[in-house]
Design a binder for this molecule. Sequence first.
Ligand code: AMP
Length: 358
Amino acid sequence: MTTDPLTTGATIGILGGGQLGRMLAVAAARLGFKTCVFEPGGDCPASHVSNFHFKADYEDEAALETFAAAVDVVTYEFENIPTSALDVLDRLGKPVRPGRAALRVSQDRLTEKAFLSNLGLTTAPFAAVDDKVDLAEAAEEIGLPAILKTRRFGYDGKGQARIATEADAEQALADMAGQPAILEGVVAFSHEVSVIGARNAAGDVACFDPGENVHEGGILRTTTVPARLSAAQRTDAVLLTGQILNKLDYVGVMGVELFVTAQGLVVNEIAPRVHNSGHWTQQGCAIDQFEQHIRAVAGWPLGDGSRYADVVMENLIGEDVERIPQIAKEAGASIHLYGKAEVKPGRKMGHVNRVTRG
Ligand code: AMP
């Protein structure tokens, strides 16, 4: 499918008003577009830098209709958009990029794992768990230790528990309070990497150099480029990302999280949006992930995302943001703050990109 490219003054609608929406809106403005953010919360990071903010619930059909009438194309910055909102946009014939296939796959860990294995990619061993009986069978099949995760609405390590013993299993299942879950085998990885890939409406694919990720308490702490990967692993990482993008007929930027093991790369999960582990591209490439996404969504050619610097991205989480006065004096440190008024533990307040070799 090809689309007429959007031109100056066109409006891009963004579902979700967090920091990813904020950085997308800035990238859109640089290309001459207007942005309209749809986000139930007030004073959200994206609203500070967008032309319009629709402050309404995703279930508010009338608000969605007005939003749709005000924009040329819709994209999103988080994957848990209620299906009903997408139905309204479909009914109105408003293009949503990336499309629903990507959302359907990534909203449910079980569907996602099945999709990836059907593509011939390696994932952790997995089994669906709806009740105690399933859990006992899954634990038998996969072995312990394992990780129990909710199928939907998990992020930053939320909605998951490590299970080492049968007693842990019962507790973990009780904590899930009847939500459908998935049991995953623990992958013995040496480190974690991710690929930020892009595909446009013409079917062109471009991937950024893989980044190496360190998580703490389930939250991304740093991304370092270049990642420790052999040439063959790097090629594998990029090729499998292309396979995923093509299979979904994807338009936009996607984050693909991978475990590096002695046996090869194991796909952990995919995120149908710009990704925290791609923030390094703001200082490492001529075209960063945000511009790349806007280009794809706007029907433009993809830009040149080759990496020209070594970068370490550090997330500023909670009180980390109090270090800003010191960081502001550092050479080679680019500061990105999200404009969040209230500091909370675990809350992503901003990030710093440190160019270590330019
Ligand atoms: P997720 O929410 O699935 O991205 O998981 C958050 C983090 O938990 C990952 O980045 C890994 O560090 C760890 N993790 C998740 N799944 C597994 C697994 N199957 N084996 C080992 N570690 C995992």
